[in-house]
Each structure stands twice: as C-alpha cells, then as structure tokens.
Ligand binder design. Structure first.
Ligand SMILES: NC(=O)c1ccc[n+]([C@@H]2O[C@H](COP(=O)([O-])OP(=O)(O)OC[C@H]3O[C@@H](n4cnc5c(N)ncnc54)[C@H](OP(=O)(O)O)[C@@H]3O)[C@@H](O)[C@H]2O)c1
Length: 321
C-alpha cells in the first residue's frame, strides 16, 4: 500500500505527529482520492483529535482535519468536508465524497477558504437554515473568537438590523465595532455588571448566536429574558459552540414564563444536503471579502509544534501539506 506524509494522532493525550501513513483507498464510486492543498486547525479539529467531539468513535490512530481545499485528479480545486473521523484532511491526500464538496474558482485564495469556511458556516447556516433571519431583526453574538467575529459580519450581510457582540476579550471585541457590530459588551467576572450591560444592550434582541454555552450563556439567558418588555415575544437562542461549558442549568421558569426557543445548529441538526447548498454563496462572500478572515499558514510538517502554540488572537492556522 502506498504511503503519504500526514499528521497522525496515536494517543488522545498527545498532539499529532508528522509521519508516514497509508494513503486512504476509495471504498466505492462516491469517494475520490484528492490532493490536499490546505486544511485549517479549527477547535472542532482539536476536539476530534482529542477524542472529545460528540461524533468521535474513539478509534486510533487517526488523521485529524474536518475539511479543506483539495485538488481533484483532473486539477479542479474543491472545498470538501471529511466524512471520516479517522481519515481526515491533515495529510497529503484525503478522500472526498460526492455530495460533500463544491468546486472552487481557479483564482481563489485557498488558505483563506480553508480558514474561513468552518467558522463562517456556523452562523451562515444557523441564520439561514435553523432560524432564518428576517430583515431588520436584531442579533446578539455570544463569544467573539473567529466564528463569533465572522458571525457579526454574516448577520449584517444577511440583513440584520442591530448586531451586538459579547465576549470576554477586549482585544477581540473592540475591532468588531469596525466590522459591523453596533454595540459590544465585555463579559467580565463581575456578573452583576455584565448582566446589566447585556440587558441594556441586548435585552430586546430577536436571535442569539451562542458559541459559549456553560455559565456565561446561563447568565445571559436570564439577563436577557428579565429585560424584555414583552416576555411573550420570541427569543430564538441558537446553540452553536460550547467553548465555555458543555452543559448549563436552565431554570424551568425561563421556559414557562417567556417565549424562549432553544435549538442548536451543527452536524446532525442540519442535513449534509442543506449544508452543501449553502456553500457556494458562502465561498462567494469570503472571496469578495465581506467576511473578515485572518490566516496564518504553516507547513503541515510543523503540525506538532503548531498544535501546542495557541494562534494569535483572531487568526486561524492553516496547514499546507
Ligand atoms: N456548530 C457548528 O457548526 C460550529 C462551527 C464552527 C465552530 N463551532 C464551535 O464554536 C466555538 C467557537 O469556535 P471558534 O472557531 O470561534 O473558536 P476560536 O477562534 O478558538 O475562539 C474561541 C473564543 O472563545 C473565547 N472563550 C473561551 N472560553 C471562554 C469563556 N469561558 N467565556 C467567554 N469566552 C470564552 C475565547 O476567548 P479569548 O480570546 O479570551 O481566549 C475565544 O475568543 C467552538 O466551540 C467551535 O467548536 C461550531
């Protein structure tokens, strides 16, 4: 069996090692072996590589990487999502499945597409497929990492009226005012002040795009609901990330005494077909520069060092095989 260079996880407690690994073989007509051009290091990739994502099967060894830009045997560039949690995209070659890729224009910035698709898709799909945003509706983005920062631009692009961004990191929060946010709220350890600021800035929002969950989201739910003039007016809470906690305690009264509607957006709650249908327009937005993307590229050979070095604020690392 032929070999390739790949990032390989041999223990869930260690970063991947750059080493030789078997080239994956297509198992049917739906799979195509592609040359990987660029694959990004998203939080989702880290949780998969740690065996901690809800889709993880616990199988080792594994090649991490959930998506990337690849080249079909005929030369066509594609953006593709990996179907397999053990044979991912952080390798010289990977399998792409029909219905899980879209063709890219030849001149596209491959690192930018690899960096932005996963974080940008999270809000794009949530606001088009889970709670379709109505023009003029107001949105609170909770959590201001790469995905949250992009969610501000996405919400505006999809026709939101007011967009409020809330996060703990002032360095990441402040630039969002220049990227479309109408207001920002810093989440601090002073809960009372934070809740009051959230209530004042976002008490009447229509939709919350939540990347945090855990205690910050629990606090925010109560702060927002208590602030609403009409508690029977719908508040759509879209759970997308759980960077601050996998669970939260929700008082039953929050559901009885208000019109809080909680749902998630991610793999499983939206079909692969629906995801695929959204991708071409998202590629066009990224290529046109309407969604801000900061990329840091590195050779795949450096994956082990890169894994242990946090990306500078606001940047997404993209590995080039
Ligand atoms: N469902 C989907 O479709 C989907 C798609 C993409 C991403 N996601 C998820 O969304 C989340 C965010 O992804 P990302 O790409 O934006 O990650 P990222 O770029 O690494 O950013 C993470 C952000 O979370 C902040 N943070 C961490 N702990 C926090 C806490 N306790 N309270 C407040 N903020 C906190 C960090 O703040 P600092 O800057 O202060 O460190 C950072 O700004 C992840 O859980 C990811 O898996 C879901």
């Amino acid at each position: 069996m032929s070999q390739m260079n790949a990032a390989v996880v041999t223990s869930f407690a260690e970063p991947p090692h750059y080493m030789q690994f078997e080239v994956p073989q297509p198992t049917g007509a739906k799979e195509t072996l592609v040359e990987v051009v660029a694959a990004a290091l998203h939080p989702r990739v880290r949780s998969g590589a740690a065996g901690a994502h809800y889709t993880s099967s616990g199988t080792l060894p594994l090649i991490p990487g959930v998506d990337g830009v690849g080249r079909l045997p005929g030369g066509q560039l594609i953006y593709f999502a990996s179907d397999d949690d053990t044979r991912g995209t952080m390798a010289e070659q990977a399998l792409a499945s029909t219905g899980r890729w879209i063709e890219l224009p030849a001149q596209v910035d491959v690192a930018k597409i690899a960096a932005a698709m996963n974080p940008a898709m999270s809000s794009w799909v949530a606001l088009r497929r889970r709670v379709p945003l109505q023009p003029g509706q107001s949105v609170l983005v909770l959590g201001t990492g790469n995905a949250g920062a992009m969610a501000v631009a996405v919400a505006k692009r999809l026709g939101a009226g007011q967009v409020i961004a809330a996060g703990r990191n002032a360095e990441r929060l402040n630039p969002l005012l220049a990227q479309g946010a109408d207001a920002i709220v810093q989440l601090t350890d002073d809960q009372e002040t934070t809740n009051a600021a959230l209530a004042a800035a976002a008490g009447e929002v229509d939709i919350v795009v939540d990347y945090l969950w855990g205690e910050p989201a629990a606090q925010a739910i109560t702060a927002l609901l208590m602030a609403r003039a009409d508690r029977s007016r719908a508040l759509d809470w879209i759970q997308i990330g759980a960077i601050a906690g996998l669970t939260l305690a929700l008082p039953s009264a929050a559901l009885r005494s208000t019109n809080l509607r909680v749902q998630g957006s991610g793999q499983g709650s939206v079909s692969p077909t629906a995801y695929l249908a959204e991708l071409p327009s998202l590629v066009a937005e990224i290529a046109a520069g309407t969604i801000p993307v900061a990329v840091r590229t590195a050779p795949l050979a450096e994956v082990e060092q890169i894994w242990n070095t946090p990306a500078p604020a606001g940047e997404r690392i993209v590995l080039l095989p």
